[in-house]
Design a protein around this ligand. Structure first.
Ligand code: B3K
Ligand code: ZN
Length: 853
């Protein structure tokens, strides 16, 4: 397979200032006519090369005359004599046979597109690279009864009916864009419409398009959209630029959503919500993704990427923007905790494994494999660190400069950093290593206090383990916010300061520290690093109860729990008392809100505990965690019941306070259940039956699904029957079972893969079973290799339909180095079986072969 390298970038030989596209839409046979105005870019005599994938030209004309052309593999090559020509091509494609869901495909009776990263070449011949920016005119023609709604990018300009039952619509997008932002929809859809007035007084028609029967589930997304539009004006000074903004929801989608100019296309799971079918988490995710895609209009569309190595330029920045947006809608502290948990669950393991890559990668085989937590979430942390270093005011000046200077262009990560540097008046030379070096820095912090002199010395040391292709690492710039508390008084003894660690080692002195200090470090998670300290259980307990930075408080509790769990795994049994005391203190703290308490008292996941160990022992980790859960449940049973009952009376409402109450209620239910209390299952079952919202219903179901009570099967059946016609809720039914901590989960999941409602053809469904199961550490890592074999079988089957989604599910199988040699051998054997599969996609080949190295 061909490796694409960042260092090989050259500007496009031909530009395409304008395109006219004419679609004759039909699920079996769609005719695409494209008329490109091409312009030679610079002095050269290279032919015009147009990317294609699975296309055969039916006609090729240059300036109206049949032209000479040849196919070089999938690429159409045309020799051109002048500097500007009109090139026309015609192809035929079959949307309904498109199971990859890239290009033009059918979903639920509608026709839709997905072009990022390289799907446009499956629709028509074109220079499919993000630095070719083109003005689009699009005409869609289709059968009116079947596809009454015809949408494309930009603004609608004309439409009409034909005699044969077909109709047409024309759309113009005045903003030049790369072809990955092209989109069209033909379908039987209804709209929830509204108007947004921009701050300069322009009216924008906004609409969310779904199946008629789903209309009632679109209010939350529509509200989120308008909130996001106003937020981007206020916080970044960015206004929307077209007369219409359309969002369409489809059921079959490879990821969350897509920011096509003026026509965002969404996975329906990130649009549809009502209390009966969506959890609070779903509501939050919908608002975040709607905002994310909207924010791309500036960070992604108005300024796009020069090449795909710069992907984090738009994704890291846009994730940073959506995270801040969400933080502004509720508790910023809880949002930060959630974001860090995601980073640690998805990105740290990536950085520590065979697929580690820099935020700005140097090479790829298949770009789809690089839509990763590193590009997105670590990329967002890089922006956050620069914002911290610059401070709010200069950061805003820097983003203004960036939007101004690069509007209408295809830019690079370097362009962004240089704006930060210029407007921020800082030197980010060394900071740039965050873009080029993979891996998570590890910072050791040692605090030594001399009682006599009142001086405290903080020694910070950083290291970074080698990653594939990067055996030696240079020191990074790590912004750490630090503060000291007095162990006796509990008060601040040194105010918060920002330390920029940029050498392998550095020392910071604090004077006039009269009592033994306790270190609070990486407050707010100011840097995406692992911090190792030698703080005692008592000091962590103190911080978990008293630190004035909510994240640091949460973190101290997590560290205390982790230390306890790791020592239980290593020594068979740990001292649970300090954790129990700290949890009690947090539970009873009247100044804390429920959402924060619920986050703080949650034990770290099995896999995060595993990440702390040299060799992961899934069974020992599970036992240690269950033992601590049981003790927490028993020792604090009264407190859990009180917290549970306090939240019982509430009726559903989507507000930060009500969400927090539900979250704490469900965490409490889990602990009551862990205590082994005889009434725990009936408590869960009553909640399950009486819930007026999905958060409570699914929370109870998850508790029951991991237990042994006879209510388990009853609840699963009731849930299934109640929601059997709702695909998104059935996904939850599959995932809940795949995440169960029961001993027979692997077997249950195999059976579920034969269930009549299971299909690999729908990515959400595939992820709900296969993806969820591979996250269930103990079940997936069954010592006999049953889980590995099952997942490999499924991925091999899925690869034939949808390589992109299959390859995304591979990484858990690639982490064999973290396990004992028997498990490692079993995992490797499955990876080898995958690599040896005839007809394997390059997506899977890249993921599996890199994982074997
Ligand atoms: N830009 C798209 C992701 C496309 C993924 C292509 N494999 C959605 C987003 O990040 O907003
Ligand atoms: Zn994005």
């Amino acid at each position: 397979p061909v490796v694409t390298r960042r260092a090989d970038y050259t500007a496009p030989a031909w530009l395409v200032p304008e395109i006219a596209l004419d679609f004759d839409l039909d699920p079996r046979r769609t005719r695409v006519r494209a008329r490109l105005n091409v312009a030679r870019n610079g002095a050269h005599d290279a032919p015009l090369r147009l990317d294609g994938d699975g296309l055969a030209p039916l006609a090729v004309r240059v300036d109206g005359v049949d032209a000479d052309w040849r196919m070089d593999g999938a690429t159409l090559e045309i020799a051109l004599s002048g500097d500007a020509h009109e090139v026309e091509t015609e192809v035929e494609i079959a949307p309904e046979r498109n199971t990859q869901l890239m290009g033009l495909y059918a979903s639920g009776g509608n026709l839709c597109t997905q072009c990022e990263a390289e799907g446009f070449r499956r629709i028509t011949f074109f220079p499919d690279r993000p630095d070719v920016l083109t003005r689009y005119q699009v005409k869609l023609t289709a059968e009116k009864a079947r596809y009454p709604v015809l949408l494309a990018n930009g603004d609608p300009v004309a439409s009409g009916d034909l005699d044969d039952g077909r109709h047409w619509a024309e759309w113009h997008d005045p903003f030049p864009k790369p072809c990955y932002l092209f989109a069209l929809i033909a379908g039987d859809l209804a709209a929830n419409r509204d108007t947004f007035t921009t701050r300069s007084g322009r009216d924008v028609e906004v609409a969310i398009w779904v199946r008629e029967r789903d209309l009632a589930k679109t209010d939350h997304a529509l509200h989120a959209l308008k909130t996001a539009m106003a937020w981007d004006e206020r916080v970044y000074g960015r206004e929307y630029d077209l007369d219409v903004f359309n969002i369409v929801a489809v059921d079959d989608f490879n990821f969350g959503a897509m920011e096509n100019k003026g026509l965002n296309i969404f996975n329906s799971r990130y649009i549809l919500a009502d209390p009966d079918t969506a959890t609070d988490h779903d509501y939050d995710a919908i608002a975040a993704v709607v905002a994310h895609e909207y924010f791309h209009n500036w960070s992604g569309n108005r300024i796009t990427c020069r090449d795909w190595f710069q992907l984090s330029l738009k994704e890291g920045f846009t994730v940073y923007r959506d995270q801040k947006f969400s933080a502004d809608q509720g508790s910023a502290a809880v949002k930060r905790i959630e974001d860090v948990r995601t980073l640690r669950a998805a990105q740290f393991p990536e950085d520590a494994g065979p697929l580690a890559h820099p935020v700005r990668p140097d090479s790829y085989i298949e770009i789809s494999n690089f839509y990763t937590a590193t590009i997105y979430n670590k990329g967002a942390e890089l922006i956050g660190m620069m914002a911290t270093i610059l401070g709010a005011e200069k950061f805003r000046r820097a983003t203004d400069l960036y939007f101004d200077r690069f509007d209408g262009t295809a830019a690079t990560c370097e362009d962004f950093v240089s704006c930060m540097e210029e407007a921020g008046e800082v030197d980010l030379t060394r900071f740039r290593r965050w873009y080029s070096q993979a891996g998570t820095p590890r910072v050791t912090a040692r605090l030594v206090h001399e009682a006599g002199s009142g001086r405290a010395m903080l020694t910070l040391r950083q290291t970074m383990a080698p990653t594939p292709g990067q055996p030696v690492k240079e020191p990074m710039v790590v912004p750490l916010t630090v503060k000291l508390f007095g162990a006796d008084s509990g008060r601040e003894v040194a105010p918060e300061q920002l330390v920029l660690l940029s050498e392998p080692e550095s020392e910071i002195a604090f004077e006039s520290v009269g009592e033994r200090p306790i270190l609070s470090i990486n407050r707010g998670f100011s840097a995406p690093v692992v911090v190792e300290t030698d703080r005692s259980a008592a000091d962590l307990g103190f911080l978990s109860g008293h630190d004035d930075d909510p994240f640091a408080r949460y973190e101290a509790m997590q560290q205390l729990m982790l230390d306890t769990l790791v020592s239980s795994v290593q020594r068979g049994r740990g001292d649970h008392a300090p954790v129990i005391d700290a949890v009690r203190q947090t539970l009873l703290d009247g100044d804390l809100d429920s959402a924060f308490i619920a986050e703080a008292v949650l034990l770290p996941s099995d896999s995060f505990i595993g990440d702390q160990m040299a060799v992961v022992d899934p069974d020992a980790i599970f036992r240690a965690r269950e033992a601590l859960r049981r003790d927490l449940g028993r020792e604090l049973e009264g407190e859990w019941r009180e917290a549970y009952e306090a939240a019982l009376a509430n009726r559903f409402e989507y507000s930060p306070a009500a969400k927090g109450a539900r979250r704490l209620k469900n965490v409490a239910l889990g602990y009551i259940n862990a205590s082994g209390a005889p009434d725990a299952a009936s408590l869960a079952f009553v909640q399950f039956e009486q819930a007026d919202n999905m958060t409570d219903r699914q929370g109870a179901l998850a508790t029951l699904a991991s237990g042994t009570s006879d209510k388990r099967v009853a609840a699963l059946d009731i849930f299934y029957n109640r929601y059997s016609d709702n695909a998104l809720v059935l996904d939850k039914w599959f995932a809940t079972q795949a995440l169960s901590s029961r001993d027979d989960t692997a077997q249950a999941v195999e059976e579920l893969s034969r269930h009549k409602d299971f299909t690999l053809a729908n990515p959400n469904r595939a992820r709900s079973l296969i993806g969820a199961f591979a996250m269930n550490q103990r079940a997936f890592h069954d010592a006999a290799g049953r889980g590995y074999r099952f997942v490999a079988d499924q991925l091999i089957a899925l690869d034939k339909l949808n390589p992109q989604t299959a390859a995304k599910l591979l990484p858990p199988l690639g982490r064999w180095r973290r396990f004992d040699k028997d498990r490692a051998a079993l995992m490797r054997a499955e990876l080898e079986r995958i690599v040896a599969t005839p007809g394997l996609s390059k997506d899977m080949f890249e993921q599996a072969s890199k994982s074997l190295d």
